[in-house]
Design a binder for this molecule. Structure first.
Ligand code: TRP
Length: 416
């Protein structure tokens, strides 16, 4: 059955999956959408991109290594695919050094709930692995792709850095940098960008990213900028002068799967630069309030929950716009039950409700019609209001001096 299904799958351009029943998934760094009510078929995407699925065995391995329950974003399959994450786990066991790398494209001042996911998970990874970490703010990228000036994208980078710091990253283990600033501060960073640019040609960029002749040369060269932080040589203030040992120091990148094209390219050039390939652990997307066909987007005000929303706005948005997998009338719902696979409140609870037992109970009650749509929404509203309030409190304590401290190139503390 599975094979037959694969046979009728025809591949479109970079990240577009089409099959003859006319379901279409689009996943690339600029677009995520699906015609299916259950959203992108991540199983198929994993295969198409050539990543590896995160199996229950791998999750068990994590548990036995860290000696406690892994984060629910991992156990619930929200982080669902990887490249060489198993190698990173082995390195951790053997006490070999590695580091974490993630980033954010600052295109809007108000970050939304979905933007928090990779940072929440990365913070957890930093806590368990106790390794240094770099966070790239791509103000240059957003200048190329959005109708924004460099001054605007740089200001947004600083504003977004406050939200990221509010997630709890430790100052002595975390370096946050704006591309615009750091390229002018670091010959080493720019040197690595140039080395990567020399190794990748336009044909490769065309086929990996779908960029073409009429795209600006800024966009065409940018992938090298996102690739360079994978290499320790870009950060001599953290890792010292590049040598055989620092070149073996891999990075692990927790991010959403739409970034895979960048790192596929990076893994290709890494050996040519004498570096170990970067490893990745990939998340799915948090759906928009209106349904899993699209991801939450900073530019869709009514279908996104922002980290700046008031409790009332959160309540109204969820009550009014969250797509329900419940039935039209109470009678019908009691009789037939709701469909959690398309119910947005349930899907969001999977991201944000920490208690596994409670979540399972809700799943059961909602599926058999014991719990109503209004009730599941009420649970979600409370949880999201608490998370956003907590975030706002933490963010309000982040001063400009603190941002500067995180963004100053300096030595970080780590034990190898
Ligand atoms: N391109 C990413 C964005 O638009 C930002 C980014 C840069 C990033 N480096 C990264 C994301 C590394 C994840 C991992 O949001």
């Amino acid at each position: 059955m599975c094979e037959m299904y694969d046979e009728i799958l025809t591949e479109g351009l970079n990240g577009v999956i089409i099959n003859k029943t006319e379901d279409v998934d689009i996943v690339n760094p600029w677009n995520v959408s699906s015609t299916r009510a259950t959203g992108v078929d991540y199983e198929k995407l994993t295969k198409k991109f050539g990543c590896t699925k995160i199996t229950s065995e791998l999750i068990k391995k994590v548990k036995s290594i860290i000696n406690k329950d892994p984060h629910h974003l991992l156990t619930r399959g929200i982080f669902f695919a990887h490249r060489d994450f198993d190698i990173i786990l082995d390195m951790y066991v053997q006490k070999k050094p590695f580091f974490l790398y993630t980033g954010r494209g600052p295109s809007s001042e108000a970050m939304h709930l979905g933007h928090l996911i990779p940072f929440i998970f990365t913070k957890w990874l930093q806590d368990i692995f106790d390794v240094p970490m770099v966070i790239q703010m791509t103000d240059d990228e957003k200048f190329f792709w959005k109708d924004l000036t460099l001054e605007q994208t740089h200001t947004l980078a600083i504003e977004n850095a406050k939200d990221i710091i509010a997630c709890g990253f430790e100052l002595d283990k975390t370096f946050i940098f704006s591309d615009l600033d750091y390229i002018s501060q670091s010959r080493a960073f720019y040197s690595h960008i140039l080395r990567i640019q020399k190794l990748v040609n336009f044909n490769q960029i065309k086929s990996i990213f779908g960029l073409g002749e009429s795209d600006s040369i800024g966009k065409i060269q940018f992938p090298a900028v996102e690739a360079a932080p994978c290499f320790t040589g870009s950060f001599p203030h953290i890792f010292g002068v590049e040598n055989a040992k620092t070149k073996e120091m891999r990075c692990l990148i927790p991010c959403a799967i739409d970034q895979d094209p960048y790192f596929r390219m990076t893994r290709d050039v890494a050996p040519k630069l004498g570096y170990a390939k970067p490893a990745m652990i990939y998340s799915s997307f948090i759906p928009s309030l209106q349904g899993a066909q699209t991801k939450m987007s900073a530019s869709e005000e009514m279908t996104s929950i922002y980290l700046t929303d008031t409790p009332n706005q959160i309540k109204n948005k969820i009550n009014k716009f969250a797509f329900s997998g419940g039935k039209d009338t109470i009678e019908e719902h009691r009789e037939k039950g709701g469909d959690c696979s398309i119910d947005i409140p349930y899907q969001y609870l999977k991201f944000f409700m920490e208690d596994d037992k409670k979540l399972e109970q809700i799943y059961q009650d909602y599926t058999i019609g014991k719990m109503l749509s209004g009730e599941i929404k009420k649970q979600l509203i409370q949880i999201i209001q608490d998370i956003v309030k907590d975030h706002q409190e933490k963010r309000s304590k982040i001063t400009d001096e603190m941002v500067k401290a995180y963004m100053t190139p300096r030595k970080l503390k780590f034990s190898y």
